[in-house]
Each structure stands twice: as C-alpha cells, then as structure tokens.
Design a protein around this ligand. Structure first.
Ligand SMILES: Cc1ncc(COP(=O)(O)O)c(C=O)c1O
Length: 431
C-alpha cells in the first residue's frame, strides 16, 4: 500500500500562516463592511489608528500605513531623499542610488524605482543570506554617490546591523531596515531589529511574519518640518484608495487557501486552487494588484493587529521547529544555512539549507506529499513565475546567484508540528 496515503500534505506557503479564526476574521471584513463597504479614509477607522499607535510605540517613531510593503519603500525614499528625483545641484536628470541586497524579491526594486531612484545591487556575504559591511564596501566603491542602504534580514536571519549602522554613519548614508521577514528578531546587542535604522519598513503580505494577505508600513524615527510638509502633500495628492474588488480578492484568499490545503488530498483542494488561479483569486505575491502608492484599508489593519497579538507565540513556535531541524539534519550532502545563533536571535521565517540538487530534492519531497517548491529565492532578484524587468544584471552578485541556485527552505509556520518536521527530516536525511 502507498505509505503516503494517510499523510497530510505539507506546504511552505499557500496561506499556511492562517488558522480558522483568521479565515473568519478575513471573511467578516467582507460581509460586515470592515473593508468592503467602509470609506477607506485612513482616519475614520479604529483599527487603522490602533495599528499606527502600536507601531509608533513599538518602533519609537511615526508610522504610516499602506496597501503594500513596496508602497512603504517608495514613500520613505520620497520623503527622506527628495521628491522629483532631483539629484546633486538640483539636476533633475541625476537619480539617487539605493544600495540594496541581491538575493531578494522584485517588490523591493519596484518600491525603489517607483520613488524615481536606482537600485544598486549589493552581494550577500559568502555563506550568508545577507549583505555585510564587506560587500557594501565593494558596492560603494563603484557607486560613491549612493545615498541610502536598504537592509533586509533575509528569511528572518539577522544581518550584522550594528556594524552596518556604524559604516553608514561613516559614509553619511541613510539606513533603511526592512523587517518584512524579520519582525521579532534581535541584533547582536540583544535589541529588537529596527532599533538601529533611520526608518523601518514592514510588509504584511502573504507568507511574511505578520501575514494579513497584504499591507505595508513605514516608521520614521525623525522627521524635519520640511519632511512633515512633504508627507502631507503626498498623502493628500498621491495616495490612491484600493478598489473593493481588490479587498474582496484579498479577504477571500485565506478561505480559499485554508480549504484548498485541507482538501488537497481528495482532489477538491487541487481543483479549488486551480480555479482560483484561473480566476485571478490567487496571484503571485511578487506582483502587486496596484502600481501606485495606495493606502491601507481598515480590513487589513484588523488582520495585522490580530497577528501582532499572536506574534510572540508564533516566534516561539518557529524557533522550536528551527532548533529541531538544526539538531536533526545529519545528511553530509546538505549544508545548513542557519546557525544556532541565527535560530536563537532571528524570527526563523524559514529554515534554510543548501544543496546542488535542488530540483531532485523538490521532486523527492513531493513524492512524500511535501510541497516546498516555493523557494526564496530562485534567482538573485526573484519575480515569482512572472516576467519582470529587473535592473539586476547576471554576474553582478556571484554569491547571491550561487545561493539562489542552491537554497531550499524548510517551513516553520504554525501548521508544522514536530511530527511533520520529523517527516521532512526523514526525507532529507535519506536524500
Ligand atoms: C524583504 C521584503 N521587503 C518588501 C517586500 C514587499 O512586499 P509587498 O508585497 O508587501 O510589497 C517583500 C516581498 O516579498 C520582501 O521580501
């Protein structure tokens, strides 16, 4: 008899962060008007205010909420580095450069470019998922006019942010910390990630630590009067509301994926997921449903707040599963990326290993009903399955390219019990 017949499927993404109460809360936003029928004016909903207050307090600054993380990146760069792409000496043909990490998602580049700036790709350190002072030095060498550094703590592994902060100070560079994957992690001085930067970015989109299907935020630590005025102008003139159709599609996503996963075994799930893709209810998270700076609707703020309440519990669970993987992997052909310290101090969004036979491993896992083909990242700048025009040129960041060819992520989300983690380890250690 087929041994896998009674085994539950395991996924890396596809709404794996949601429980049934979350599904209900998302649906409630549709039926009771939390998002769909409400005027999405940012000031008229308690959940928007509560979320802003929460972020202001937790990250010691002034927050603004958006539909996507990439909106928050665009907004922060426009406010802090200038409006209208004006470079040195008011020459509008000069665009500012932002040093950002290769081994990343296209969404980051989209935010930088939407702000009228140029992403300059910095390699990751060898054997790391993050940039370092060393790789930054190399990037600055040929881009001396760069104005900012955007650090992402990839997959929840903390970058060496204290050293990077010192280096940015020395070179007069603005430091932006993107916590999309790293909320809840700590730096080497045991301070929460987000402490060392001038501005903190959040994405609350699918499969992130705080997963509200979509959402973004920025927290500014310091704002001059001039910057405050700029904020008012942009928020008044440039901020779009998202359509009811978008809110509907997002709020139904937890329901579709929850039941799609639950019934995956009996074909119905596969059909639900397939049809949802055909009808555009499930799309690649790398591609935004909007292309302009858009405000957060209260519907998302409700979901973000709920997820923040459960953050501590989530982090403990992820750490437990990551420690288990770290202890149990014994296959000499597998290289473990996360160190013990990464597991102890990071958010453990995923647990990463490297193999030169990624495709074979994906297939083998699939034979055991373990679906982990959604790797972060499949290329130095990953666009999901979509084609997108990245500024990244092949050969720019050799460590990032090699890492993208070899990386394989093990899931740590709430649906991974120790039993399921053991199933993954069993397959892995025999690979
Ligand atoms: C590090 C990081 N920052 C920002 C984003 C942008 O997210 P969003 O889809 O909310 O624009 C992503 C998305 O994958 C990300 O991984």
């Amino acid at each position: 008899m087929d041994k896998t017949i009674h085994m539950k499927p395991i996924f890396n993404s596809l709404g794996s962060n949601y429980d049934f109460n979350f599904v209900k809360l998302a649906l409630k936003q549709i039926s009771f008007g939390g998002g769909i029928s409400v005027d999405v004016n940012r000031n008229n909903d308690a959940s928007i205010d509560s979320l802003q207050q929460y972020l202001d307090k937790a990250y010691q600054g002034k927050s603004f909420l958006f539909y996507k993380g990439r909106d928050a990146i665009e907004f922060s760069l426009r406010i802090l580095l200038g409006e209208g792409n004006v470079g040195e000496d008011n020459d509008s043909s000069v665009k500012y450069k932002v040093l950002t990490q290769a081994f990343s998602c296209f969404a980051v580049e989209e935010g930088i470019k939407r702000a009228g700036m140029i992403p300059v790709y910095v390699d990751v350190r060898e054997d790391s998922t993050n940039m370092s002072v060393q790789t930054l030095i190399q990037a600055l060498e040929s881009n001396k006019d760069a104005k900012a550094v955007l650090v992402q703590h990839s997959l929840g592994i903390p970058a060496d942010i204290i050293e990077i902060r010192k280096w940015c100070n020395k070179h007069n560079l603005l430091l932006i910390e993107d916590l999309a994957q790293a909320i809840g992690g700590f730096d080497k001085a045991d301070q929460p990630l987000g402490t060392n930067s001038d501005v903190v970015i959040f994405s609350f989109s699918r499969d992130k630590i705080i997963d509200a299907v979509s959402g973004g935020a920025v927290v500014f630590k310091n704002l001059s009067n001039e910057q405050r005025e700029k904020i008012e102008i942009i928020l008044t003139n440039d901020l779009e509301k998202i359509t009811k159709k978008i809110i509907f599609k997002d709020m139904i996503y937890p329901f579709i994926t929850y039941f799609g996963r639950k019934t995956h075994d009996v074909l119905i799930g596969k059909i639900i997921l397939k049809l949802s893709r055909i009808f555009g209810l499930i799309t690649s998270p790398a591609i935004s449903r909007t292309s302009k700076l858009s405000m957060m609707s209260p519907a998302y703020a409700e979901l973000v707040l709920r997820s923040f309440i459960k953050l501590e519990k989530q982090l403990i669970h992820r750490r437990k599963i990551a420690s288990f993987y770290l202890d149990k992997i014994s296959n000499q052909n597998i290289k473990v990326v996360n160190t013990k310290n990464d597991v102890e101090t990071g958010s453990n969004l995923r647990f990463s290993i490297r193999t030169t036979k990624v495709d074979k491993l994906i297939d083998l896992m699939k034979d055991h009903k373990i679906y982990l083909s959604d790797r972060w990242y499949r290329s130095a700048v990953d666009c999901g399955k979509q084609a997108c025009h990245t500024e990244y040129k092949s050969g720019l960041a050799v460590n990032a390219e090699k890492l993208a060819n070899e990386i394989f992520n093990l899931p740590t989300h709430r649906n991974i019990s120790l039993k399921k983690a053991s199933r993954i380890i069993d397959v892995l250690n025999k690979f």
